[in-house]
Design a protein around this ligand. Sequence first.
Ligand code: MRU
Length: 362
Amino acid sequence: MELNKNIMDYDTVSLDDANSAVVIIDQTKLPARTEIISLKTAQEIWDAIYLLRVRGAPAIGVAAAYGIYVLAKGIAETDYESFYAEFRKQKDYLNSSRPTAVNLSWALNRMEQVVLKNKDRSVAEIKQLLKAESVEIQEEDIRVCRAIGEYGLTLLKPGDGILTHCNAGKLATSKYGTATAPIYLGQERGYHFHVFADETRPLLQGARLTAYELQSSGVDVTLICDNMSAAVMRNNWVDAIFVGCDRVAANGDVANKIGTSVVAAVAKLYHVPLYVAAPTSTIDPDTPTGNEIRIEQRKPEEVTEMWYGERMAPDGVKVFNPAFDVTDHELIAGIVTEYGIAREPYTESLREIMSRKRTRPA
Ligand code: MRU
């Protein structure tokens, strides 16, 4: 890391158009090392998403948008049909990198629409329009996260204790984060929040990323193991829980990092409101309930040996390693979007939020 440069001074994802590359912080190396890497090929972009070098639903969407633009740039400028056929191939490949965060397909579909709506233009012009769309997806992400922060802050008061799970912070977006946006805005306004960050087994996004970015921003943060959240809630140290999400179903069920549903169940017991910060790009009206959300299963080694000095589980033991779980909508006090806060009944309130989006784009 360059001297005196804070992790918050780096872009999570950016476009290096001159070198036809997507530039990211390799999040698998944080917090020990800040390594900035350039992704140029389809394989490099796919691997970066699959291996969680870039992760968090909105950041995956931005990386995919820049990724498909960079790949489209390299497609020969012959005729529209062959350009589109190759574009589709690359798009489908990137879309297969992770299944749960809907932002991946949302961003890639938006990029595809640019190609489809501009059939009458030259391929060179379409490439320029793809660049503009990918830049807009990132700029929109910043505006959306800030708006979520403003709405989220209305649910909090100075001095509050806030618990969060996984990393829905700046490192998962382009700025502010989603679940952390009210925390950062409150920080700017002297709210003096006390934040508890769950470490988030098995990949430790809470310990490695959330605790790191909040501490680097001067926020009062305390790291806890995942099995400690009940203890801090029982002690009355938590006034509200803010988490991010990877997909919100039409009925308000929410897929987020594995462990979120446990936090939600405990929060219900101790009467602590759990809020889900959700850009509308993460709301999937085509998925009726959480039961239809595809949950990513990951390698057993993430549970048995990763992060340990030596393997900590017997050889051959069966492992269940879902990357996400579904929190039932009954456990959610509100879904905070850039268009306002949805409350039960979610089928109606989310529909209303999506119609606001249609009449007033972000
Ligand atoms: O597996 P990850 O690290 O991509 O999971 C991230 C989460 O679960 C986040 O809470 C979610 O993507 C929202 S990020 C604003």
